[in-house]
Design a binder for this molecule. Structure first.
Ligand code: HEC
Ligand code: HEC
Ligand code: HEC
Ligand code: HEC
Length: 355
C-alpha cells in the first residue's frame, strides 16, 4: 500500500477484519493515509481515521472523504475487532456539509457497491466524484448520475481508473474517464514484482505442489467415466480451454495455489469434487461434472442406466434421462465472474462450449 503511494485509502470490511490494533500498527509503520467518516473505535467512541483529507491540486482544493457499508460490515466485522460502523449516508452528508465550505471539488471513496453508490448520490447532494468499491464490479466507463461521476474500476489492482476533470470557472464541468487494464502490456514495477515473488514463494512453502498418486480406480465424476458413451461431446470438450485449465496453472507456476485451484478444477471443495492433487488427480481442469451435476448424489445412477447398452445416441434424447440438473448462467458465473470475465455474455460463451 505504501509503495503504491495513495493519497487516501478508504477502509472496508476486509480491512477491518484485521482488528484495530493491527491497522493502527500498519498505519504508523507505513505512513498510510486512511480516511473514513463512519468507522468508529468501540472503546473510545471516536472515529478510527481522519474522516477526510484536503489536497491542493493545480491550485484547486480537493476534499476526499471515505465511507463504508453498514449492514455488510456488521455481519463481517465481529465485535472483537474493536470497530463499530455507523450510517454511511448520514456520514457522507456531514462530510459534504463540511468540505463544501472550502473545497472546489469533493471526492467520495464509497465502499457500498455500485447500486448503493448510485442511491447514495441521490440521497447526498454535492459530491462531484464517487470512487465506488465492493463486489469487484468493473465499470469500463464512468457513470453519470446527475452532476456526479461514479467510477468503479474493478478490484485487486487489475485495472487503473483514470478520470480527467476540467473545472471551468462557470457552467458544467467536463469529465473524461476510462479504465486501463494493468495487463502484461504494462511493465511491472521492480519493487512490487519482488514482493509478489516473495509472496508466491511463501504460498508454495505453505501449500507445496504434491505429485499425483497413481490411482487404480478413478472417480465417476471424472471425464474418463464419460468418454466411452459420450465420445462426440468428449472430443469437443477436449478442444476447449476448459480441458486445459489445469495446464494453464502449471504454465503460470500456480498449480499449487489453492486460491487458483478453486476455478481451474472440477467441483472444488464440494462432496465428490477436487480436494488436492494427491487425492483427486483425475479432477483437475474444468470437466464434464462441473457443468453436468447429477440429480443423484453419485454419477452411478446415470452410468448404470446405460451400462452394457452401447454408445449413446449423442444427444438426440437431450435432457430425456432427467439425470442432470439444468445448466443456467449461474453455472458459469461461479467462475466467469466480474473479475475474471468482465465481458461475459451467456449466449455467446455457451455457443462456444456446446458440444
Ligand atoms: C454407459 C454409457 C454412459 C456413460 C458412461 C455416461 N453416459 Fe451420459 N448418457 C448416456 C445415454 C445413453 C444418454 C441418453 C442421451 C443420448 O442418447 O445421448 C446420456 C445422456 C447424458 C446427458 C444428456 C442429458 C440427459 O439427461 O439426457 C448428459 C448431460 C450426460 N449423459 C452426461 C454424462 C456425463 C457427465 C458422464 C460421465 C460422468 C456420462 N454421461 C456418462 C450414456 C452414458
Ligand atoms: C469451475 C470454473 C468454471 C465454470 C463453472 C465454467 N468455466 Fe468457462 N472457463 C473456466 C476457465 C478457468 C477458463 C480458462 C481456461 C484456460 O484458459 O486455461 C474458461 C474458459 C471458457 C471459455 C473459453 C474457451 C475457449 O476454448 O475459447 C468459454 C467460452 C467458457 N469458459 C464458457 C463457459 C460457459 C458457457 C460456462 C457455463 C455453462 C462455463 N464456462 C463454466 C472456468 C469455468
Ligand atoms: C473465481 C474463479 C477463478 C479463480 C479463483 C482463478 N481463475 Fe483463472 N480463470 C478463470 C476464468 C473464468 C478464466 C477464463 C477467462 C476468460 O477468458 O473469460 C480464467 C483464465 C485464466 C488464465 C488464462 C487467461 C488469462 O487471463 O491470461 C490464466 C493464466 C489464469 N486464469 C490464471 C489464474 C491464476 C494464476 C489464478 C490464481 C491466482 C486464477 N487463475 C484463479 C477463473 C478463475
Ligand atoms: C462448461 C460447461 C460444460 C462442460 C464442461 C461440459 N458440458 Fe456437456 N453440455 C453443456 C451444455 C451447456 C449443454 C447443452 C444442453 C444443456 O443445456 O443441458 C451440454 C450438453 C451435453 C450433452 C447432451 C447432448 C448434447 O450434446 O447436447 C451431453 C451428453 C454432454 N453435454 C456431455 C458432456 C461430457 C461427456 C462432458 C465432458 C467430456 C461435458 N458434457 C462437458 C455444458 C458443458
Amino acid at each position: 500500500m505504501s509503495l503504491l503511494d495513495y493519497d487516501a485509502i478508504n477502509l472496508a470490511e476486509k480491512d477491518l477484519q484485521y482488528g484495530h490494533e493491527f491497522l493502527r500498527e500498519m498505519r504508523e509503520q507505513h505512513n498510510l493515509s486512511f480516511v473514513s467518516a463512519n468507522v468508529y473505535e468501540t472503546a473510545t467512541g471516536k472515529l478510527f481515521a481522519k474522516p477526510h483529507i484536503i489536497k491542493k491540486i493545480n491550485g484547486w482544493k480537493v476534499g476526499i472523504f471515505g465511507v463504508t457499508m453498514e449492514e455488510r460490515a456488521a455481519r463481517m466485522v465481529p465485535p472483537e475487532t474493536g470497530f463499530e460502523i455507523r450510517d454511511p449516508v448520514a456520514a457522507a452528508k456531514n462530510q459534504v456539509q463540511t468540505l463544501k465550505q472550502e473545497c472546489d471539488l469533493i471526492i467520495g471513496l464509497v465502499h457500498v457497491g455500485i447500486n448503493n453508490s448510485i442511491q447514495l448520490v441521490e440521497q447526498v447532494e454535492g459530491i462531484d466524484i464517487i470512487i465506488s468499491g465492493h463486489f469487484g464490479t468493473h465499470l469500463r466507463k464512468p457513470h453519470r448520475v446527475g452532476d456526479t461521476v461514479v467510477m468503479q474500476p474493478g478490484s485487486k489492482g487489475k485495472y487503473l481508473g483514470q478520470l480527467d476533470f476540467q473545472l471551468p470557472s462557470d457552467g458544467k464541468s467536463n469529465v473524461y474517464g476510462k479504465t486501463v487494464a494493468l495487463n502484461s502490456k504494462i511493465s511491472d514495477d521492480a519493487e512490487l514484482a519482488r514482493l509478489v515473488k516473495e509472496y508466491d514463494e511463501e504460498v508454495l512453502l505453505t501449500f507445496p505442489l504434491e505429485s499425483p498418486k497413481a490411482k487404480t480406480q478413478y472417480s465417476l465424476f471424472s471425464q474418463r467415466a464419460c468418454i466411452t458413451c459420450h465420445f462426440k461431446q468428449h472430443n469437443q470438450w477436449r478442444a476447449t480451454l476448459h480441458s486445459h485449465a489445469w495446464e494453464t496453472l502449471v504454465e503460470e507456476k500456480q498449480a499449487h495455489n489453492p486460491e487458483c485451484q478453486k476455478c481451474h478444477t472440477t467441483m472444488s471443495g464440494e462432496p465428490n469434487g477436487f480436494t488436492r492433487l494427491a487425492e483427486t488427480p483425475d479432477l483437475v481442469s474444468v470437466q464434464c461434472a462441473e457443468c453436468h451435476r447429477p440429480v443423484a448424489k453419485d454419477m452411478a445412477t446415470h452410468i448404470n442406466r446405460f451400462r452394457g447398452r452401447g454408445r449413446s445416441t449423442n444427444g438426440e434424447t437431450n435432457g430425456a434421462t432427467k439425470d442432470f440438473k439444468p445448466i443456467t448462467e449461474e453455472t458459469c458465473r461461479k467462475c466467469h465472474n466480474e473479475e475474471n470475465t468482465p465481458h461475459f455474455d451467456y449466449a455467446e460463451f455457451r455457443a462456444k462450449i456446446t458440444h
